[in-house]
Design a binder for this molecule. Sequence first.
Ligand code: ADP
Ligand code: MG
Length: 333
Amino acid sequence: MAEKEILVAFDDVTIEYEMKKQSLRAVKDFSLEIEKGKITAIVGESGSGKTTAVSSLLQAISTPGRVTKGHVYFYDNSQKIDVTALQGEELRSFRWEKVSMVFQASQSTLNPLMTIYDQFYETAFYHNAVGSKEEFQEKLRKLLDLVKLDSKRVLNVYPHQMSGGMKQRVMIAFALLLDPQLVILDEPTTALDVITQKYIFNQLIEINKKLGTTFILLTHDIGIVAKAADHVAVMYAGSIMEYGDVYTVFGRKMHPYTNGLIDATPSIIKSADQIEPIPGSPPDIRKLPEGCPFHPRCRHSTDLCRQQMPKTVEITDGHMICCHLYQEGGAAK
Ligand code: ADP
Ligand code: MG
């Protein structure tokens, strides 16, 4: 097996939203390595901190949030960039040129008054990446071809003339415009029908294979992860509960929260009465319990879970679990 190459390392990152009355800790001690050339999914219920955690990679956490502990590193060939320290021009070129992010519901950020061509042009111009007109048009043709859109039909239209699925594909092409090494997609298909979703994920996998682009996919939908991702991090209340390759994590069914997500997901082979929602409601980070944040909803919880946050242990090579059920099976990290 080829040696794995790390592109991004989130190193013990804590992110807080400092509100008037209290400080909300949306992400806590978040450590995750993103492998180059792979699709890594971060999955968890809404509010678990996916967007906040990953936004730190672009210094794009929404106000009043900020990183209060830890670092985010980006490995650009042999150069190790501390993203948390980037400023000014360096930060500006890092965004889009190294890493781009398609934010949730970003289709609505397309400018309704500009054609798609003009919007691509504006961004490329801003980053000095237009070149000659012919080169640029050829580039757009290739990009749109990657997402299976016909440039002749798409470039001269306005956003309202396209379907949701087309707009989403335009956004993905947009994210690839400056040949970034990493593209982050935040709930890329949530508003789309199942057939269009499937189509878009097949395209992502194809782009990943063709261009070698690394992807981070944020989603609440575990079904998507199983189809599209190589690796998965399962998040709950701002912490990573389990991480590993998709086959291991879903196949071994070890962490009670991951199992809960799997059992709560409809599938073709499951009838409606076999879907078991996770009891209780998603955590409210304003009042998290002591110990493991999942304990109030966990069938296996013990006094220890109510008192102490478990350590993250490596169960087998590359399979990390944060749960008191598995503290002895691996080496504590
Ligand atoms: P996810 O992407 O998993 O749905 P988020 O990262 O959006 O989760 O949110 C994590 C937590 O941070 C939630 O409790 C959310 O309410 C809170 N949060 C997100 N953005 C802000 C903000 N701008 N101000 C205050 N709290 C926020
Ligand atoms: Mg989100």
